[in-house]
Write a protein that binds this ligand. Structure first.
Ligand SMILES: [Zn+2]
Length: 406
């Protein structure tokens, strides 16, 4: 299985300059190639091959005064720019023939793009030095923060500069052949909580961590500040950089949280069941924002590849299962629809059920997993008080179930 590992890079001044040059050269070759192909296409000529373009736009162009500076960067970086364009066309054509979701035609790149990238493959002679630096041809030894160990020698590295001005090395690595974890008996269903990030069928409620919530708050503040600035003003540019930084911090914190949680769930359980969320259906409601913010789909993708990697089972349950309305103890369809109802009593068997945990147990049951229904039950509590409590903070985190007014 191929995986990407991303680490923060800290290039020094001259290295940043060399990278800027590499980004620029890769972009020029990409744009030249795109122009050549579009000209051929509109003129009804044969579609130039990558080999043709490589000869014309790299090898021969280097000999001209207008493009001589292409010789200052690693040739592999320029070749990879042509490969990227190939990939963009392939996605576009596959979209036209219905093989993949429809995508727009390849577009010209700009120096103002939020993300700049260059890729070095194995034959670019990049390497990790004994001192732990990333040695890149014509750029030098760049300092790396190795936040985790690489499972094997990577085949390529992409250097990325993001909108916040940070640099990253993204390695493609082949994971070890067999990483199957020893079998365990755990099985768990997960419900996408709207109040909580996730609720597990064993009764655990997982909230997003404090550092993520703080980063999100800061992002909102910076976004408001940006919207108040005048178009075209210097302040607007400054505010935009701040928003980009805050955005990057939120994205990082969220990814980190998703990684920790998904790894834990996959390690502890032999099978994990999740609900496939009809995000389109929800998009019209006011819940949409919190669903998107919670990044549920990104989280499920992580669960998916980790399950495949470590020999676990991930089961997806369609949204048609009325998970919050069925009593997970006796199976009677009885539960309430309104979202403010957090706890309800089954009219048939009398079980007092926490809405989210009950749903998580139903997800597990629908997947054929042996989740304990006991997790869905809570101590009998005055439901009315709970209802009021939840009603006043719809979008926030609801108070812990079972302690209304305390
Ligand atoms: Zn019941």
């Amino acid at each position: 299985m191929q995986l990407r590992y991303r680490f923060r890079l800290y290039p020094n001044g001259p290295q940043r300059q060399a990278l800027a040059q590499a980004f620029g050269c890769a972009r020029v070759v990409y744009n030249d190639a795109l122009r050549a192909r579009e000209t051929a296409r509109t003129g009804g000529d044969a579609f130039p091959t990558t080999g043709d373009l490589s000869k014309k736009l790299i090898t021969r162009a280097k000999a001209t005064p207008e493009r001589a500076w292409l010789g200052d960067v690693s040739a592999v970086v320029l070749q990879q720019a042509l490969r990227d364009l190939d990939a963009a066309y392939r996605t576009f054509f596959d979209g036209l023939t219905g093989k993949r979701p429809r995508m727009g035609a390849p577009r010209f790149k700009s120096r103002k793009d939020r993300r700049q990238t260059v890729r070095f493959t194995a034959n670019a002679r990049w390497r990790i030095t004994t001192g732990g630096d990333l040695s890149l041809p014509k750029i030098g030894n760049v300092r790396v923060t190795w936040s985790r160990a690489l499972p094997s020698v990577p085949s390529s590295v992409t250097v990325v500069k993001d909108a916040a001005g940070r640099y990253f090395a993204s390695f493609v690595v082949e994971t070890g052949r067999d990483e199957t974890l020893p079998e365990t008996t755990g099985e768990v269903g997960i419900d996408l909580g709207l109040g909580h990030f996730a609720v597990l069928s064993d009764g655990t409620k997982v909230d997003s961590p404090r550092f993520l919530r703080r980063a999100e708050k800061k992002l909102k503040r910076e976004q408001r500040r940006l919207s108040r600035t005048q178009k075209g003003s210097a302040n607007r540019d400054k505010a935009r950089v701040k928003v980009a930084r805050a955005h990057a911090r939120v994205a990082d914190a969220r990814r980190d949280f998703h990684h920790r949680l998904s790894t834990r769930l996959i390690r502890e359980n032999q099978a994990v069941a999740v609900e496939t969320l009809a995000v389109n259906g929800l998009a019209r409601t006011r819940l949409a924002k919190s669903v998107h913010d919670a990044g549920w789909s990104a989280f499920v993708r992580m669960l998916e590849y980790k399950a495949a990697r470590y020999g676990r089972r991930l089961v997806r349950i369609g949204r048609f299962e009325p998970t919050s309305r069925v009593c997970s103890v006796c199976g009677v369809k009885d539960g309430p629809k309104p979202l403010h109802v957090r706890v309800w009593t089954c009219g048939d068997c009398g079980a007092v059920l926490d809405r989210d945990v009950n749903a998580a147990v139903n997800v597990a049951t629908a997947a054929g997993l042996a989740a304990s229904a006991r997790g869905a039950q809570v101590r009998p509590e005055p439901v009315r008080a709970q209802r009021d409590e939840a009603g006043t903070r719809r979008s926030g985190r609801p108070a812990a179930v079972g302690i209304p007014g305390s």
